[in-house]
Design a protein around this ligand. Structure first.
Ligand SMILES: C[S@@+](CC[C@H](N)C(=O)[O-])C[C@H]1O[C@@H](n2cnc3c(N)ncnc32)[C@H](O)[C@@H]1O
Length: 313
């Protein structure tokens, strides 16, 4: 029953038409394209016409990257961090819990291992919670059955227009070949008066580090032997930076698995694609797309910034 309501929200990412539900796949009612399931997850990757060849290549490189180094930071400290009063996400959850207007459906676009989706399920319990990500390996690790998963890209979301109450996109559009198009896709699927929680890399010290030290890291990463150099010279520094970050925000010293920290390091410095956006740029995109920014926050020592946007028309 719930799945039927979810399928009603979806559309063919290639020709934008309705889908019919078959036993083993979903099929477009117009172009007849079939969308198969993998581990019960529908696979919605669009054809070439939606994305040009170089962008498609970059998207597949990004997919491989996250299939290898999953962004799966499933630790209680991360939940605590996001729910803090001074975090925009924490303020959003608090606001939604207080409001009488029920949030019926939510999509976490680029959900990774679904940490924010799980917070939403636990705290505001929407009727429908969908997680979309490019990396099937990351999605396959999610155990929470209240979260409906699908593999897709934010450049062409397999979702109808003007149907979603709340969109979450935390640290994703800056990893895509066309961040502005990804942004517009988030707006397209959002209902009038619906909300978008958007978090992106800020054009600050991290940008400078990414194009200098990061360039050296990405160069070394091409060679198998030099990967050991990264583990010996860069990772310990990054590990310390991470532990200090946790200490500063949660007043707690804790050690984490090397592999998990490596995946975060890889997300921040080895990722095939990263773009950096100023506050003015995101506000300009918002204005162009009839959105109003109703809350704003800076976090991770200015490495990222968060926007809460409302769709006016
Ligand atoms: C930094 S992680 C953030 C994950 C999650 N939002 C979180 O906060 O834990 C970035 C995620 O974006 C996904 N991603 C990258 N490009 C994407 C695209 N074009 N469409 C959808 N997801 C994408 C990656 O697979 C990865 O899981």
């Amino acid at each position: 029953m719930k799945n039927n309501a979810i399928f009603q929200l979806l559309r063919c990412p290639d020709c934008s038409n309705k889908l019919k539900v078959k036993t083993k796949f979903l099929q477009c009612t117009k172009c007849n394209k079939k969308y198969n399931f993998y581990n019960n997850i529908p696979i919605f990757l669009p054809k070439d016409k939606e994305i040009n060849a170089s962008k498609k290549k970059l998207m597949y490189k990004t997919m491989q990257h996250y299939n290898r180094d999953n962004f799966n930071i499933d630790i209680p400290e991360r939940v605590k961090f996001y729910l803090k009063e001074n975090m925009l996400f924490g303020r959003l959850i608090k606001k939604l819990k207080k409001e009488s207007k029920k949030i019926k459906n939510v999509i976490d676009v680029g959900c990774g291992a679904g940490i924010l989706s799980e917070i939403v399920i636990k705290e505001i319990n929407p009727e429908i919670m969908i997680g979309i990500d490019l990396s099937i390996n990351t999605l396959s690790q999610i155990k929470n059955r209240s979260l409906f998963l699908l593999q897709g890209t934010n450049i062409s979301l397999p979702v109808n227009s003007n149907v979603i109450d709340l969109i979450i996109s935390n640290g994703v559009i800056h990893h895509t070949p066309d961040p502005k198009k990804s942004f517009k896709e988030l707006v397209r699927v959002t209902k009038k008066n619906g909300l978008i929680y958007l978090s992106v890399y800020s054009r600050t010290w991290y940008f400078l580090l990414f194009i200098t030290v990061g360039k050296l890291i990405r160069f070394l990463y091409k060679y198998k032997l030099s990967i050991y150099l990264l583990h010996i010279f860069f990772m310990p520094l990054f590990y310390i930076y991470f532990i200090l970050g946790v200490f500063v925000s949660l007043k707690k010293i804790k050690f984490f698995k090397w592999r998990m920290i490596w995946n975060i390091f890889s997300d921040q410095y080895i990722t095939p694609q990263a773009t950096f956006h100023t506050k003015d740029e995101i506000l300009k995109w918002s204005k162009e797309n009839n959105l109003k920014c109703i809350d704003y926050g800076i976090r991770n020592l200015g490495r990222m910034h968060d926007f809460l946007l409302i769709k006016l028309k």
